[in-house]
Design a protein around this ligand. Structure first.
Ligand SMILES: *Cc1c(COP(=O)(O)O)cnc(C)c1O
Length: 450
């Protein structure tokens, strides 16, 4: 019975500590706060890095745009939904980012799926960073082409796949001189789960050397990096064939755009089914996003980026101190334990000492390891008023369950201090409890031997 399949999958998810639930969040007037079930928390899990979701300018434009245009687009862009603000948004994006054209999709997930689905045909070859976002890898996996995933940010790994793809391409064109097969290299600007940066200059050079198309998903770089927030590619001085920007992060809204040449844009308008058969974004959303570009390009954006950078620097310094002091605590207690109970050598003492991945971005992952421990840590922080989500496999590789901490321009140093005090307490109490359990087990063992 098909119901068995559904039930078994859910049971397995629970057994593996991977059960996911959605939590209803109540509105707040700042991205640094979140309210759940009537209780308020400091929010260290938001992607609204610049705090634009609650910016008064954005709210004002939303109200006036709704009054002017209504709240819906009324149809696909190919019928009656291609509104004036949407058209203006596309040209503003293209101008700002230095492309011929931009095509707006309702979300980054859809945009990535749409690009790969449309572009990749049977003999094509996709070479994607192993840690690329689910929307990219899933589309690549289900595409008609072949997929290789190169080691994360590893140029040699990328080149070895590109070499193989080129050899294959040569064989193919020997058999079929008319072959139009392509290679597509995929990476992100800033990686969504690790917060680190792709070596874009080298990736672009390799893509060119092996005559491959390059697609960069800059969901987490746009609005934050480069000149006036133009993103990772601007920062590295490259121009990929296909640039994806999304509006759910620094833009504080939602939606996405694909930036391409005239030729590719025309191809998308002719053949991209998620564009043709889907309702266009509301005109008011177009107007809101136009305002977001204005803010991001302007003084306010610059100021917010500065505050964000200061917050990231402050946070990194503070958390490193916390981790060192927790390590000292563990060291002391470990010695103490070794002198007393632990000399029987029965079992290594388990300790939880997370580490911070190296990241310059607002995404600061604190790697815990075990799924269960990441959940417990997140739970303890929550009990003490800090909201930071645990991210578990399959979103991240096994044994790298983590707290995905995000810093925004809306946080204050005081908020970060409060988080750090809470984190230190939570880590020490978690270790103390583990220790208690372990002692209990050891005692049980001793008793059962007697
Ligand atoms: C968030 C994200 C997406 C999805 O964008 P949405 O607009 O939220 O659907 C795509 N790629 C990356 C790298 C992301 O982080």
């Amino acid at each position: 019975m098909w119901q068995q399949r559904i039930k078994a999958a859910i049971e397995k998810q629970k057994r593996q500590d991977r059960y996911r639930s959605r939590i209803q969040c109540q509105s707040q007037d700042s991205t640094a706060l979140i309210a759940v079930a009537g209780k308020s928390y400091l929010n260290f899990s938001s992607n609204d890095y610049l705090g634009l979701a609650n910016d008064p300018n954005m709210i004002q434009i939303a109200i006036s745009a709704a009054q002017k245009y209504g709240v819906g687009s009324g149809g696909s862009g190919h019928v009656t939904g291609y509104s004036e603000p949407l058209q203006k948004l596309e040209s503003a994006l293209a101008n700002w980012l230095g492309y011929d054209a931009a095509i707006v999709y309702p979300s980054g997930f859809t945009a990535n799926q749409a690009v790969i689905k449309l572009l990749i045909e049977r003999d094509d070859h996709i070479i994607a960073d192993r840690l690329s976002h689910a929307s990219l890898l899933e589309a690549a996996m289900f595409s008609q082409g072949r997929l290789n995933r190169f080691k994360h940010n590893d140029i040699e790994s990328l080149e070895s796949y590109l070499k193989r793809a080129a050899a294959r391409r040569e064989e193919q064109s020997a058999l079929d001189p008319e072959s139009t097969a392509l290679n597509l290299v995929i990476t992100e600007g800033i990686f969504s789960m690790d917060g680190d940066t792709a070596p874009l200059t080298k990736i672009a050079a390799l893509s060119k050397k092996y005559q491959s198309l390059l697609m960069v998903d800059d969901a987490h770089g746009i609005g934050l990096l480069g000149e006036s927030g133009k993103g990772s590619c601007n920062q590295f001085g490259i121009k990929p064939d296909i640039l994806i920007v999304t509006f759910g992060k620094a833009f504080g809204c939602s939606g996405a755009a694909v930036l391409v040449s005239h030729e590719l844009a025309e191809y998308f308008v002719q053949f991209s089914r998620p564009l043709i058969y889907s309702t266009a974004i509301a005109p008011m959303q177009g107007a809101i996003l136009l305002k977001a570009i204005d803010i991001i390009k302007g003084d306010l954006g610059e100021r917010k980026r500065q505050i964000l950078q200061e917050n990231i620097r402050y946070f990194k310094e503070a958390i490193n101190k916390v981790l060192v002091s927790v390590q000292d605590y563990l060291q002391m207690n470990n010695d103490h334990m070794n002198n007393n109970q632990m000399n029987n050598g029965d079992k290594e003492r388990e300790a939880i000492l997370p580490y911070l991945l190296h990241s310059e971005s607002p995404i600061q992952p604190l790697i815990v390891g075990e799924d269960e421990m990441a959940l417990k840590l997140s739970q303890r922080l929550q009990n003490a008023g800090i909201w930071v989500s645990a991210i578990r496999p399959p979103t991240v590789p096994p044994q790298t369950a983590r707290l995905r901490i995000t810093i925004t321009a809306e946080h204050t140093f005081e908020m970060i201090d409060q988080f750090m005090v809470t984190l230190k307490t939570a880590l020490i109490s978690l270790n103390r409890d583990l220790n208690k359990n372990l002692k209990r087990n050891l005692n049980d063992n001793v008793h059962s031997k007697e």
